[in-house]
Ligand binder design. Structure first.
Ligand SMILES: [Zn+2]
Length: 167
């Protein structure tokens, strides 16, 4: 879907296209020097830090009440070693859709939220093969959890875009 250009509330310029998806390339705890350390690995879907912290990539979906599209945050959550192994074991197995949810700590700082989104409690829901897991926030009063439950509007999507274009 082609998103319309919009006039930016931050700089007054017209920016091309309003993004409805963002994705973070690594967990918040990752740093470039870790790539030198064989005990730390950053992949497309998984990340291990120092052989003791285990992260996977997932999606937080926020319904947009006045648009046809949802907003998606591509995020990282940390899993227990047991769940991380289990997830890898069933990664190529179509029956993985029957996995119970895995508990995960959100390991991404999303822009536009106060207090921080780091270390919010989540559940990871495994999807069919080829589809990244869906991350469900613990139903608290945190603004991100509220937005996942109640949805957002295009005005909020624009706020995210203004932050992203001016970072
Ligand atoms: Zn701007």
């Amino acid at each position: 879907m082609i998103s319309p250009a919009f006039t930016c509330g931050s700089c007054g310029q017209v920016h091309d296209g309003l993004p409805f998806a963002y994705s973070m390339p690594a967990p918040a705890y990752w740093s470039a020097e870790m790539a030198e350390n064989p005990a730390s690995v950053l992949g497309e879907e998984q990340c291990v830090i120092n052989d003791e912290h285990f992260f996977v990539r997932g999606r937080i979906v926020l319904p947009v009440r006045d648009a046809d599209e949802d907003l998606e945050w591509g995020v990282w959550v940390s899993l227990s070693p047991a769940n991380f192994s289990r997830m890898a074991e069933v990664f190529e197995n179509p029956a993985r859709v029957h996995e119970p949810p895995y508990f995960g700590w959100l390991s991404t700082v999303l822009p536009g939220y106060e207090p921080t989104t780091l270390n919010l409690k989540t559940n990871l829901h495994t999807q069919e093969i080829g589809v990244r897991p869906v991350i469900e926030l613990e139903p608290t009063g945190h603004p991100l959890a509220v937005e996942q439950r109640e949805g957002i509007t295009v005005a909020r999507v624009r706020e995210f875009a203004e932050i992203a274009f001016h970072q």
